[in-house]
Design a protein around this ligand. Structure first.
Ligand code: SF4
Length: 220
């Protein structure tokens, strides 16, 4: 295997930072962390700040419900613990049916969902400079995704927590950038794998081995 120039945690065979049951590698990020910077991060998790509240809520959901709850249920448990009542949903058009079901879950839990579809604003793709040839159906009106408007509308609604439902790669980045509320994800879009991106990684030695082929990747 070719030597990796700048090894990081993905090249670590020890993972000693987790349980202190092996030893740190030479390039260990824990061993080399600046103590002051490390302490500064820990300060976020202590006390009464929102960061502390979120960190403790996440740890409590993990600790209490490890392998017992689905992610949809974990979002309910997490929202309760951070006192989030109004839940924004930034949904993809392709996930609207799943979003409708999730809103029923949230309402049944006493929460208040508010959904904004990716196509909100209804602007044709060509109006933002996207080539007609890049449309899924050339020659027809096809709205562009507007993740910034999704975020702005949820910001105006003053949501306490926003949930991504299958936004495209990149659109999710913009949504997260412009969302004022904390963001978590229920569904990560992967059209090829039924929205389970890990499938490609699980099958990288067999059906998906193209993803390790540099020539194939060079053309993407
Ligand atoms: S922090 Fe150190 S021990 Fe932990 S995974 Fe990274 S390199 Fe390995």
């Amino acid at each position: 295997m070719a030597k990796i120039e700048n090894p990081s945690c993905s090249e670590c065979g020890q993972l000693h930072c987790y349980r202190h049951n092996k030893k740190y590698p030479d390039f260990c990020l824990t061993e080399n962390v600046d103590p002051a910077a490390h302490a500064e991060t820990l300060g976020h998790y202590r006390g009464d700040s929102i960061d502390a509240k979120v960190a403790h809520a996440a740890a409590e959901v993990e600790g209490l419900y490890y392998c017992k709850l689905s992610r949809a249920e974990e979002i309910v448990a997490f929202a309760r613990r951070i006192d989030a009542k109004r839940i924004g949903i930034a949904t993809c058009l392709g996930l609207i049916e799943e979003t409708r079901i999730f809103t029923k879950v949230l309402r049944a839990a006493g929460l208040e969902p508010f959904t904004v579809l990716c196509k909100v604003g209804s602007t044709d793709k060509t109006e933002i400079g996207i080539d007609e040839e890049l449309k899924i159906q050339c020659g027809s009106f096809e709205a562009c995704c507007n993740p910034i408007l999704q975020a702005r509308q949820l910001n105006e609604t003053k949501t306490d927590l926003n949930v991504i439902m299958g936004l495209c790669v990149g659109h999710d980045s913009l949504f997260t950038k412009y969302s004022e509320a904390l963001v978590t994800t229920l569904v990560t879009k992967d059209r090829l794998n039924g929205h389970n991106p890990a499938v490609t990684l699980y099958t990288s030695n067999t059906y998906s081995k193209r993803i390790l082929d540099p020539e194939y990747l060079a053309d993407l």
